[in-house]
Design a protein around this ligand. Sequence first.
Ligand code: HEC
Ligand code: HEC
Length: 352
Amino acid sequence: MTRQKDDSATPRANPAKVRRVLAIALTALVAVAWIVFRWQAVPTEAQFAETVLSPGQAPGGRSGEPILPLYRAEGLDPAKIALGRQLFHDPRLSSDESISCATCHPLDKGGADGLKVSPGVGGTQGSINAPSVLTAAHNFRQFWDGRAATLEEQAGGPITNPVEMASTWDQVLAKLRADSELSQGFAQAYQAGLTPDTIRHALAEFERSLPMPSRFDRWLLGDDGALAANELAGYRLFKKHGCSGCHQGRNVGGNLFQRFGVMAAYFGGKTPSKADLGRFNVTGRDEDRHVFKVPSLRNVARTAPYFHDASAARLEEAVRLMGRHQLGMELPESDIAQIVAFLHTLDSEAAP
Ligand code: HEC
Ligand code: HEC
């Protein structure tokens, strides 16, 4: 037997390998500690309420900004969130069990499917672009035309919508009640057990747990190093040109109704579809024609195509059209690039 053979026959710790494993473990530990530290730095809702004296003032951070930082949601029930998460991914909510909420709102893709319109059960086509669910909890109303006042009210919509999940509450309840584990979970979390109301509530509770802060929130809380120079320049242009007149508040949008085409008609050349009528479909008032909920720009870089009709494939194009139709100006290319750089800083740093 040669010496070499002896060596390989006896398993021995290889110092280089040990060092490598230790280095990886240490890096992982530092990364986890960093994420936890960052997350803790985000104020809770209660801290926010205590410290914020006037709108626009971030606790321990900058004051007078039109955008407010996200806080950690408090008082949510983990058991209900878990049930909601399960339902969100459950195709039994659709009539032929082919699609779940997550089919049109994939959480790992910014909470929207990236398609112009989403195919529903049996390949039916929707008539409007799917928005992100990631920070929908911070919208003042839900849907492009604001027809649902709460997440609970919204959650019932797709289940019975014929071009989405095309189901009925009777069908859904029959299927879910047959699942003893799920029924038990609901019976433990809710006095009423499994009902349309508790299904809607669990879905909404899950959606309230989704919002995650972005690099821009860290900057709002006072971390100067969180933004690069061109991103900060983009934010200044976003304010200077007046984008923040509509896209502002905690959700960088989601708290106002505005006409699409304030300064220059957007629907001028084409015959508007029903979806293009926007809020008019809800109120029937002439002044609400082409009025939409100003969409949130959180995670917007991840949710192309843009606008209710998905008419802009790229973010640069969406910003250019906003300048033209909402502000009455042709934005220089360099301004568009910087605004887009700023918009990327609104991506959540962690996945929900
Ligand atoms: C077939 C695709 C599809 C499915 C399935 C679907 N959605 Fe949607 N969702 C959409 C579309 C399209 C809209 C916009 C409709 C509108 O504004 O008229 C939307 C809007 C929303 C909104 C409003 C967001 C905002 O900014 O206004 C929320 C919240 C939401 N969906 C959650 C859900 C939940 C929860 C489920 C499962 C119960 C679900 N969706 C199932 C396509 C889908
Ligand atoms: C007068 C209000 C107003 C102003 C000012 C405004 N927007 Fe908008 N923005 C809207 C409305 C309303 C929509 C939704 C339009 C639609 O899809 O029907 C929108 C949509 C968008 C979208 C698409 C979001 C999505 O998810 O589809 C982007 C991006 C955007 N705006 C960026 C900007 C930028 C950048 C500026 C400044 C250059 C700006 N907006 C100025 C009201 C405004």
